[in-house]
Design a protein around this ligand. Structure first.
Ligand code: ZN
Length: 262
C-alpha cells in the first residue's frame, strides 16, 4: 500500500545542512546511527504475524543505545538542559528527526520514530525519563540552553498552540495539520487534553505534537450562518460567514488563517 505521509514532501534549504553541522556538532555526529537503527527497527515492526502483532521486535535493541548517545549529544549541544522533561526531550527528538529527514534521509526511520513517540508514547516517556538524568551527567552536567538565532530557524516549531475542533478531528489554525478523531484519545485529569497516537491511520505526522492541551482547542461557535472563532495570535473573537472552510483576518492584529467549521 502506497501511503503518502503528511510530512513526506518536506525538504530543507540547501544551506541548512552546513548550518546544522556548525551549530549542533555533537548531534550531527549522532544522527546517522540514530537513523540507521530506526530504519532497521521499522523493518522489523513492518513484519506482522497473523494476529497483526509486530514480529522481530527485538531488532530495535540498537535503537535504545543510539537514543542514549543522541540524548547526551543534545545536552552537549545545549538543546536540552537540566529540568527538561521527557516530553520536552521527545519533542526535541521529533524536530531533529523531521529536520534530518528533510536533509534527504530515510523515511523508514521517521516512521519508526512516529511509532515510538506517538503510538508507544507511555513507553517512550518512560525510556526518556530513565535516561535523562544519566545523560545529563554523562555530558558533564547541563551546559545551559543554547541561544543561537540559527537554532530558532533550523528547529522552528512545526505546529501552533491554536487548534480547532471539527466533527471529524482537530486542526491547527496556523499550520496545515489535521488529525482524525480515531488518531487521538481524549484524556482527563490530571492533564486534560488529547493524546496524539496515530494508531488508527498510522500516518505519523511528525509535525504534530504528541499531546494537545484542552485549552489549546477551540470549538467554533456557530449561530445564524455566522461563525465566531478566536484569533490564534491575539485571541480576539472574530466573526465570519459560515462556510465549510473559512478564511479570517483578525481586525486587531491582522493575522490571517484558514480553518474548517465542520
Ligand atoms: Zn489577532
Amino acid at each position: 500500500m502506497a501511503n503518502t505521509y503528511p510530512f513526506e514532501h518536506i525538504r530543507a534549504q540547501p544551506q541548512e545542512f552546513a548550518l546544522f553541522k556548525k551549530v549542533l556538532p555533537s548531534i550531527s555526529v549522532a544522527m546517522p546511527e540514530f537513523f540507521r537503527t530506526m530504519e532497521i527497527a521499522n523493518k522489523s515492526i513492518q513484519q506482522k504475524n497473523m494476529f497483526g502483532n509486530p514480529l522481530g521486535i527485538r531488532q530495535d535493541l540498537g535503537f535504545e543505545n543510539a537514543l542514549k548517545v543522541l540524548l547526551i549529544a543534545c545536552f552537549n549541544d545545549g538543546l536540552l538542559t537540566d529540568r527538561d522533561t521527557a516530553i520536552k526531550a521527545i519533542d526535541i527528538f521529533r524536530l531533529l528527526t523531521l529536520k534530518w529527514y528533510a536533509f534527504g534521509h530515510k523515511l523508514d526511520s521517521c516512521l519508526y520514530f512516529g511509532y515510538f513517540a506517538y503510538s508507544c508514547h507511555a513507553h517512550a516517556a518512560a525510556l526518556f525519563n530513565g535516561h535523562l538524568k544519566q545523560s545529563e551527567f554523562l555530558a558533564g552536567g547541563a551546559k545551559g540552553r543554547l541561544h543561537e538565532p540559527d537554532i530558532a530557524q533550523l528547529l522552528a516549531p512545526t505546529h501552533s498552540n491554536a487548534w480547532y475542533k471539527t466533527s471529524t478531528g482537530l486542526g491547527d489554525k496556523l499550520h496545515p495539520i489535521a488529525i482524525a478523531d480515531a488518531d487521538i484519545t481524549k484524556t482527563g485529569l490530571p492533564r486534560p487534553g488529547y493524546q496524539v497516537h496515530f494508531r488508527h491511520s498510522n500516518l505519523f505526522d511528525l509535525r504534530a505534537p504528541t499531546f494537545i492541551e484542552t485549552d489549546q482547542v477551540e470549538t467554533p461557535l456557530i449561530r445564524d450562518a455566522k461563525v465566531i472563532v478566536s484569533c490564534p495570535t491575539c485571541h480576539q473573537k472574530c466573526r465570519g460567514n459560515l462556510f465549510k472552510q473559512i478564511e479570517i483576518t483578525c481586525p486587531g492584529c491582522k493575522t490571517t488563517w484558514k480553518q474548517f467549521t465542520s
